[in-house]
Design a protein around this ligand. Structure first.
Ligand SMILES: [Zn+2]
Length: 598
């Protein structure tokens, strides 16, 4: 892996502005030389024009200070014209009209300053002429960009002040300079934060895009970020919950800068666009660390960059990190400690089932116990656990595979997404003597139990070993920086059985607010996505002797659930309300999560 060079400027920057700068500087020097020459000429006696009431063209007054002032003016004109040439491309406005206007204003201003015989009248007039053109362009372009990219504005002043202070400036309402105002830090392999360069306008835009792409990827729980770079454009895609979601298109020079920057930070060679390369880096989003594994490769469609997003916290999670309440954690660890013991975990699709299954496996001492997990595909490995890919489409072949692994004598066996009756049957006998964790798709604990019973030829094995049935959802947690407190309606509290709890405030996502200029105010923590991170919401149905007896007698799962409810089991809705009262999520979010049953 190559060393990451942070200070090295990228080579994709446009070259022509430098040529224009050089030309501008040359012209300034020429003007200075001409004026110095004129000043020297004036020292020779010349016929004075005398006219009453009108002063003669006071060319003799042109000395070194005037020459310096003119040179400074000329330099300013060329600096601004040069900036405008670049800026029109970045804000995507008419290049001819606006850069033409600014350059014409500047040249006219210079001409006025030089040609009007009264120097201290001509120079201010020239400056006003030029400033009018430049300011009208700024007003026009500020209307096209977000607040933190404006110039000659309050936000711009705040940025400059911050830069002078040597720190990342806080923009009035948005956030860090050069970025999106989103809470994201790129971290190199040496654990040091990387500051994305934001010297030029294009670098600032590239940094903003890079932050947006990965911030949203994390907050929306994308597993892969894809970048297809071709013909000066880059197509951004996120893989979210197995679906490909469009992340927008970038154009040159931003597309090139974003692609090479991500490769550079990950330790790849930014100039290599064909041969396969692999590297990694980390990002910290709202305090959570994620590893990004970057692969780049040339293909017939262009250069493809695939970035796998791995939640490092999830890769070390045990049962206590799942978000269970204290009593739930006790129930869960007690059930896991029983041997023989069968723990049934369930959830609808994309609701964190695999994470919970892995967290439960981490509960066991994997140095003493030999642990084995069967999964449809291996996304993340648990240390010292043997992961076996199991395809259950062909039930009997899968069952044979399971049996051959069980013969090796594991202590703890887990199956993710159990669906084949043959596999359930192969496991049944094993549950009578060992610890087994089964994960399957279901909308609540009762449904999960019914599903497992339907997969088995008899309830004998269950009645002998089942300890716990869990069901779960994932709810998005409200952004702590922008969540809005409100006084709940008494009617709602009554319906939710909270009337006795003295709940004063609940929280919800805020209404969108706008600045005086009509732009959306950006939350520095969540970038206006309103939710940061997710929490598990659990319904745990402990299976006691009486419940096991009910199962053995063939009593329906709904009645087993009713029995558990009488014993104090909290359902998803009640657990969700606890999260709402704790201010971690909103009522709407809990309802949305519970509604999902498949
Ligand atoms: Zn926020």
């Amino acid at each position: 892996m190559t060393h990451v060079q942070r200070s090295k400027p990228l080579e994709t920057c446009a070259r022509w502005p430098r040529i224009a700068q050089a030309a501008g500087a040359g012209l300034v020097l020429l003007v200075c030389a001409a004026l110095l020459f004129a000043a020297a000429e004036e020292k020779a006696p010349a016929p004075a024009i005398e006219a009453p009431g009108l002063q003669a063209p006071d060319l003799r007054a042109v000395g070194i200070p005037q020459v310096l002032l003119l040179a400074a003016f000329a330099a300013a004109v060329f600096y601004v014209a040069n900036w405008t040439f670049l800026d029109v491309r970045l804000v995507k406005t008419s290049r001819r009209v606006w850069s033409g206007l600014v350059l014409a204003g500047g040249l006219a201003g210079l001409a006025v300053a030089i040609l009007i015989p009264l120097f201290y009248v001509g120079l201010p007039l020239g400056v006003i002429l030029f400033a009018a053109a430049a300011v009208s362009y700024c007003v026009h372009r500020n209307g096209l960009v977000s607040e933190n990219l404006t110039v000659l504005s309050r936000a711009h002043l705040a940025r400059l002040k911050g830069r002078l202070g040597g720190r990342r400036a806080e923009i009035a309402e948005s956030g860090p300079v050069g970025g999106t105002g989103r809470d994201i830090i790129f971290v190199g392999l040496d654990d040091l934060p990387i500051r994305l360069p934001t010297q030029s306008e294009e670098e600032r835009l590239a940094a903003r895009e890079l932050e947006r792409i990965f911030f949203e990827a994390v907050v929306r729980r994308a597993t892969v970020v894809g970048l297809l770079v071709r013909g000066g454009k880059a197509q951004v895609r996120w893989r979210i919950a197995g679906q490909v979601v469009d992340g927008g298109e970038l154009v040159r020079p931003i597309s090139d800068l974003v692609a090479s920057r991500i490769k550079q930070i990950a330790g790849l060679n930014p100039a290599e666009t064909r041969r396969p390369q692999e590297g990694r880096l980390r990002i910290v989003v709202a305090g959570q660390t994620f590893e990004l594994r970057v692969k780049s490769q040339g293909s017939v469609r262009g250069e493809q960059i695939a970035v796998r997003v791995i939640d490092l916290a999830a890769s070390e999670m045990g049962p206590k990190d799942l978000g269970l309440s204290e009593s739930q954690l006790e129930t869960m660890t007690e059930a896991l400690a029983k041997r023989p013991g069968l723990v049934l975990l369930s959830a609808p699709k994309n609701s964190g089932l695999t994470t919970t299954l892995h967290a439960c496996l981490r509960h066991f001492d994997r140095y003493i116990n030999s642990c084995l997990v069967f999964e449809p595909h291996v996304r993340l490995e648990v240390d010292n656990v043997q992961h076996v890919v199991l395809n259950q489409e062909d039930g009997s072949a899968a069952a044979e595979q399971v049996r051959s692994h069980l013969r090796t004598g594991p202590d703890v066996v887990a199956v993710d997404s159990l669906s084949a009756p043959e596999v359930a049957e192969a496991l049944a006998a094993f549950t009578m003597e060992h610890t087994v964790l089964i994960g399957l798709r279901a909308g609540d604990a009762g449904e999960a139990l019914a599903h497992l019973i339907s997969l088995l030829p008899s309830t004998g094995a269950l009645a002998g070993s089942l300890q716990l049935v869990a069901n779960q959802r994932l709810v998005r947690e409200l952004c702590p920086a922008c969540k809005e407190a409100y006084r709940p309606n008494p009617e709602f509290l009554r319906k939710a059985n909270l009337a006795s709890r003295r709940v004063d405030v609940l929280f919800r996502p805020p209404q969108p607010t706008k600045t005086q200029q009509g732009k959306a105010v950006l939350c520095p923590r969540c970038g206006n996505l309103r939710y940061v991170g997710r929490a598990g919401l659990f319904e745990l149905m402990p299976i006691d002797d009486e419940a096991r007896d009910m199962i053995a007698r063939g009593v329906g799962p709904a009645d087993v659930r009713t029995h558990a409810r009488k014993g104090g089991m909290q359902n998803l809705q009640e657990e969700g309300l606890e999260l709402v009262i704790a201010g971690r999520t909103s009522v709407e979010e809990v309802l949305r999560a519970i509604k999902q049953t498949k």
